[in-house]
Design a binder for this molecule. Structure first.
Ligand code: NAG
Length: 453
């Protein structure tokens, strides 16, 4: 009897084991067939959790000890608990990241927010431009920084500078009227030293080049150089009555002090730069217009030398990276604080990642603008920031390939202006701006695909 009973029990155990194993086998197979996760949604943490096959192995191992269902249930429960814990942790860390972002960056910027129109590449038709101005205003802009380059209707001996599609005087008046109607100030930009390809490429002006084979820079030792750029400025001023500011460019004078005459000149590069710029700055001051100039040629100048230009100009300090940690010389802001009363900053909303970029990495530019708010909040108290110009480069120079076009960058402009005006960017603000643009709430700001090298 004893033996018989043991035999019956054994048979029962073996039978139920076979049934259970069969069910496990079917379940594990059907679930992996019915629920194939696309690679992109496969949880990264899966290697930390018991996988289906590891559960099976453990189950088999535990068969000898009996209580198979108990063990499986416990394991399932443990798995669920582990997942719940991970989920909770993920939510907590997401919340703290958002809170941290808000705390560190919430710094509304009340100065000017200028939209830079780089018309030296794919200039839009005036009919398009005047239609988007009300949106610039709505998104938070207070003005335009207009770099006409060859799109300005230069006259008389400078008529040759006009591009075939340059704007007419009537079109520029229309731009000014629409800007005024939308409460947007205008600051024209005319290059006066480097980046003058649109002038120096013409045979009439080739004699003013610093380097015979390069068309970018003027020779500061040619007596016609300053009168030439002053004539360009005056023609632009004549079409823009009542200006408060005028931007004279002045960045990236790569070829400074390379021609035979300049090489023999005893003055160093900074001195030649000041020699060329000073009469231009004074000319504008004489017309009661405050000159603005890109700052990069002066970044390493000692304070004593910065003071040469201090009373004459409001520098515009530019930087377009998403992370500006260590970007400027360490003591630059202290020197600028002692040399200048007012400055401008320049961020970017397009055209600052690659010369051939065909896609606007919005998150990158939003970060850049937020980083500027961070810098501005830590500036020496003596330094007043008049405004931020959001640059939108169309090509890196006159001959370069086109980068992102203005129409494709309008969402980026809206998000960057929103970030500057509000002082932060989070999911809620992103949703509001996306909705205003007619984009889905889920619209992603951080698109890396076209941004990576
Ligand atoms: C050029 O000379 C001035 C003094 O006249 C000096 O302050 C400045 O540091 C010099 N710049 C360079 C680049 O050597």
């Amino acid at each position: 009897m004893n033996i018989m009973r043991i035999n019956y029990t054994n048979v029962g155990i073996i039978f139920s084991l076979v049934v259970v194993l069969y069910i496990f086998y079917k379940l594990s197979h059907s679930s992996s067939e019915r629920n194939p996760l696309p690679a992109s949604v496969t949880p990264r943490t899966s290697n930390k959790l018991p996988t289906e096959s590891s559960i099976d192995l453990k189950s088999l191992a535990s068969i000898a000890k009996g209580g198979l269902f108990d063990v499986s249930l416990r394991q399932a429960q443990e798995t669920i608990e582990a997942l719940q814990k991970q989920l909770a942790e993920a939510e907590v860390s997401r919340d703290t990241v958002q809170k941290k972002d808000m705390e560190t960056v919430k710094r509304k910027f009340s100065g000017h927010k200028l939209v830079h129109l780089d018309l030296k590449g794919a200039p839009t038709k005036m009919t398009f431009l005047i239609q988007v101005l009300p949106y610039f205003k709505k998104w938070g802009a207070t003005g335009l920084l207009v770099e006409y380059e060859d799109m300005f209707p230069y006259k008389a001996e400078y008529e040759v500078l006009q591009a075939k599609n340059s704007y007419s005087e009537a079109e520029i008046k229309q731009l000014l009227e629409t800007a005024a109607a939308n409460d947007l100030i205008i600051i024209p930009l005319v290059q006066t030293f480097g980046h003058l390809e649109f002038v120096l490429k013409h045979k009439e002006f080739a004699y003013l080049r610093e380097t015979e084979h390069y068309t970018n820079s003027l020779c500061p030792n040619n007596k016609d150089s300053v009168p030439m750029v002053i004539e360009l400025i005056d023609q632009v001023l004549a079409l823009h009555p009542g200006l408060q500011w005028f931007h004279i460019g002045g960045d990236e004078v790569w070829n400074l002090k390379t021609c035979p005459v300049c090489l023999k000149d005893a003055r160093n590069k900074s001195e030649l730069f000041v020699h060329h710029m000073k009469p231009i700055l004074k000319h504008l001051q004489g017309k009661k217009v405050t000159p603005i100039m890109w700052d990069d040629m002066m970044r390493y100048w000692p304070l004593e030398y910065l003071k040469e230009l201090g009373p004459l100009v409001e520098p515009m300090v530019w930087a377009y990276r998403s992370d500006l940690t260590g970007y400027f010389p360490p003591d630059m802001w202290q020197r600028y604080g002692k040399a200048f009363k007012k400055i401008w900053a320049a961020s970017a909303f397009k055209g600052a990642t690659h010369p051939w970029s065909n896609f606007v990495p919005i998150g990158f530019h939003v970060q850049n603008n937020l980083y500027w708010l961070d810098i501005i909040s830590k500036l020496p108290s003596t330094l007043e920031v008049n405004g931020v110009a959001l640059t939108g480069w169309s090509r890196y120079d006159h001959y370069a390939t086109l980068c992102e076009l203005l129409p494709a960058a309008l969402p980026s402009l809206a998000f960057c202006l929103g970030a500057l005006s509000e002082g932060y960017m989070d999911e809620e603000l992103k949703k509001v701006i996306a909705k205003g643009l007619g984009l889905p709430e889920t619209f992603p700001l951080n698109v890396e695909r076209f941004n990576s090298k």
